[in-house]
Design a protein around this ligand. Structure first.
Ligand code: CO
Length: 151
């Protein structure tokens, strides 16, 4: 068989091709507290991250019913309407309207001492787009929000 050297060379060439489409999951973390604050006002995700795993921690001690926090990502232009709709959706829905296309990603609501993680695709994000993360717990989003930079 004369084919095997060619196959070996072909395999070698293929292995040398950079996998531009390779999935890359990037991790980010943010903390919240009993003072109704996030510990960061800006989060950065590199444009070559195909997925993001965000971990939200609540470093306080108050229960979720009183000082609950979640992490919601949307276009900045959608924040006000989305936060209002989230409030109407209620605690059972974690203050996120179910199936709402304006929600790019969100976690559940957590209380003091808890943490939660969400993994989402960046396929729907535009490089350099105007995005905001916020807590949609009623009354929190006016203070608990920040800029999400993709790029
Ligand atoms: Co909150």
């Amino acid at each position: 068989m004369r084919a095997s050297p060619f196959i070996a060379i072909l395999a070698l060439l293929l292995s040398a091709v950079p996998l531009h489409a390779a999935a890359r999951t990037c991790n980010i973390a943010i903390a919240s507290d009993d003072a109704m604050k996030f510990d960061q006002s800006e989060l950065h995700v590199a444009a070559d991250c195909s997925k993001v795993t965000l971990t939200l921690t609540h470093t306080g001690g108050m229960p979720a019913e009183i000082m609950g926090h979640n992490w919601v990502l949307s276009k900045t232009a959608d924040v006000n309407a989305l936060a209002t709709a989230g409030g109407k959706a209620g605690a059972q829905a974690h203050y996120v309207p179910p199936g709402d296309a304006r929600v790019i990603a969100h976690t559940k609501v957590i209380g003091g001492g808890e943490s939660t993680t969400v993994t989402f695709s960046t396929a729907g994000l535009s490089k350099g787009g105007d995005y905001t993360f916020f807590c949609s717990f009623p009354g929190h989003w006016a203070i608990m929000k920040g800029t999400f930079v993709f790029g």
